[in-house]
Design a protein around this ligand. Structure first.
Ligand SMILES: Nc1ncnc2c1ncn2[C@@H]1O[C@H](COP(=O)(O)OP(=O)(O)OP(=O)(O)O)[C@@H](O)[C@H]1O
Ligand SMILES: [Mg+2]
Length: 322
């Protein structure tokens, strides 16, 4: 309010002063017009400075955050002399403990999990139990604080990161969709996939409708915003399926799907001739080929005094069911 009033008062005062001079014959009327335009022009030039000054604090804070991120050491690094990639696709977590960077409590404590080559394992458990954290370890987005994670018997820390990622494609809970065409996004998983392959995988994940709307060669938006959140999630699953890798890691691929669509996707995953680790809250619709492993957050012992501040989550893998 004050910001709008000050220029108006300034212009008014200038006009009044020069106008008085014109009335008394001391000033040329042309000079009056020039003065008015000059004052307006001056305010036009400096008018944005107040807003710019207010925004500068926010911009400086954002720049500090970006700089701090850039200065953080990477969560994982390539070994100096990586081992050749293993031929097997069995996965193991051995006595793994994990704390996320900056977190005040453990995400996983002494977790053991063995997934045999070609096995289909469904990892379930309450929110916060550490299901996504297990997948992050299996694709080496993170390293454990203690214990080890292996693929085909090899410690992931001894393998080249690119080899690990190429062998264990991951469909995230909210996968990243890039500012490319639909085909371009799918071919991130397999660049030599034919158009028929792409159409088939889109049909497999229930995205055949996109062929008639966005189209295989249609742009999906800067970050996939021309797709719905569910469609983006299914593109993530389609990418994983398209990959030739022997392992599939899928985080909640059936979330937000109706029962029929979820059942069809689970059947498709069950039919895969590869090692599959599927994270889901619900085990509904899983048939006998899945081994269900529950990641638990046990309640504190009865009668235990309340912890004075948040303590570690004592996650444990329950005895397999199914
Ligand atoms: N990037 C992070 N930074 C700090 N803490 C994290 C981070 N990611 C997860 N956590 C914490 O680690 C624990 C396990 O989280 P995780 O995401 O693995 O659980 P989840 O079982 O996948 O949960 P959901 O079912 O809600 O997806 C939680 O306590 C969570 O708050
Ligand atoms: Mg999760």
């Amino acid at each position: 309010m004050l910001r709008e009033a000050v220029p108006a008062l300034g212009v008014g005062a200038a006009l009044w002063l020069v106008g008085w001079d014109v009335a008394t014959g001391a000033t040329d009327p042309v000079l009056l017009a020039a003065s008015a335009l000059g004052v307006l022009g001056a305010f036009e030039a400096v008018g944005g400075l107040g807003a710019a000054w207010s925004a500068a604090g926010g911009i400086r804070a954002a720049a500090d955050r970006v700089r701090a991120l850039g200065e953080q050491p990477p969560a994982v690094t390539d070994p100096a002399a990586p081992l050749p990639p293993p031929s097997g696709s069995a996965l193991r977590l051995e006595s793994v403990t994990l704390t996320h960077r900056g977190a005040r409590r453990l995400a996983l404590t002494d977790v053991d999990l063995a997934v045999a080559e070609g096995e289909r394992v469904c990892l379930t458990g309450p929110s916060g139990a550490g299901k996504s954290s297990v997948l992050a370890l299996l694709l080496r987005a993170l390293d454990p604080d203690r214990g080890r994670v292996t693929l085909g018997g090899a410690d992931l820390r001894a393998l080249a990161l690119a080899d690990v990622r190429a062998r264990s494609p991951w469909a995230a809970q909210s996968p990243q969709v890039l500012g490319r065409t639909l085909a371009g996004n799918l071919r991130l998983a397999r660049d030599d996939a034919s158009e028929a392959d792409l159409q088939a995988v889109l049909r497999d994940v229930g995205l055949a409708g996109l062929l008639g709307t966005v189209g295989l060669h249609g742009w999906v938006g800067e970050s996939g915003e021309r797709l719905s959140a569910v469609e983006r999630a299914r593109v993530g699953v389609a990418r994983a399926l398209l990959s030739p890798a022997r392992v599939l890691l899928l985080d909640e691929p059936t979330a937000h799907l109706d029962a029929a669509a979820a059942g069809a996707l689970l059947d498709l995953l069950a039919a895969q001739d590869r090692t599959v680790v599927l994270v889901t809250h619900s085990t509904a619709g899983l048939d006998g080929c899945w081994r269900v492993v529950a990641l638990l957050v046990p309640a504190p012992p009865a009668g235990a005094p309340p912890a004075p501040r948040p303590g570690p989550v004592r996650a444990a893998v329950a005895a397999p069911t199914g």
